[in-house]
Write a protein that binds this ligand. Sequence first.
Ligand SMILES: [Zn+2]
Length: 146
Amino acid sequence: MSQDDHQEVFRSVAQAGREAVCALWRRRGDAASLGAAEKHLVKLLEEHDEYREFWEGTKEADENENPFMHLTFHQLLDQQLEADDPPGTCAALERLVARGLDPHKAKHEIIKVLVFDLHNMMMTQREFDAEAYCKKLDALGSGEPT
Ligand SMILES: [Zn+2]
């Protein structure tokens, strides 16, 4: 597969995700029809009211602003928190919240580290360095308060 093919696949996957998110947003009021994963996603959508136009489908994501990607990272992080895997994920969140950060903002701090490391992994074509990642998590919220 060429680089272009990869991008093509990525775009169509992202598009499918986008349509699913918008469809879910439209029927979020019908709680009885929603599965557990969908309820979780609706909660994430509601926590990101600043992106409402994207959920409603009236604004398109681009390279500069892609709330759908942001959602994906939230979902990934929530899975990691549920399993505390990589280890230290929950402790990092607890430390940040103990510092007075709003839980959503605290998650963003972890997502920043996660995105940076995932990006590095893709750029260098290496495996995810869990050890290095955990060290960075351990450092989150451990230093002097800023
Ligand atoms: Zn967020």
